[in-house]
Design a protein around this ligand. Sequence first.
Ligand code: MN
Length: 227
Amino acid sequence: MKPIIGITMQPVKGAQQLNQRYIESILAAGGVPLCIPNTTPIGAIISRLDGLLVIGGDDIHPKFFDEEPHRALGYVDITRDESDIAAINAALSQQMPLLAICRGAQVLNVALGGSVYQDIPSQLPQTIQHKQASSRATHIHTVHVVAQTKLAAIVHSDSIMTNSFHHQSVKDVAPALIVSATTSDGVIEAIEHPDEPFCVGVQWHPEELHDEASSQLFHAFVEACHH
Ligand code: MN
């Protein structure tokens, strides 16, 4: 049986929506995509899934990592943050495979006790471009993959080209997580949980890329969801 992959959604003005590309990527990797709403409690939904995909979106409220709002903080939605954090904790409590993308990777880090840079341009002014003006399928920067990580085993390479659409990034890595990729400026581009069967967060948007590494990432995730 194909595994059922719950995909979180993006709240928009009283509705919730999901970029079609996430659905297509899970389908292409052999999974059954199931849209799950932002809601708490969310444990009853998570327990019925075989895997959890936490999608990208707006900023995380800094109260979840004990900071005041930076002047360049973007739009935040506490209800969504709480739903994502609860979903991540529920999934990890049952060793459920989890793939977290962009904001999802940041929320994964915060859910486990880490923090994020609230605004890369002002807090890390020397970085390369991380909020690209180019199309979503354009590979804009090189991501250096840390050897002997799960990500390295998945993409079979020490560097890949990715897109980049973020003004926040992981700052203090949660105690349970490790860094599995960075850009040349030191910005953290991927994290993972070495003690979980599959718990990977990537700062880029593999669902928008049509390349080998992105396909390998989604296939490895869906494969891990077979139990
Ligand atoms: Mn980037």
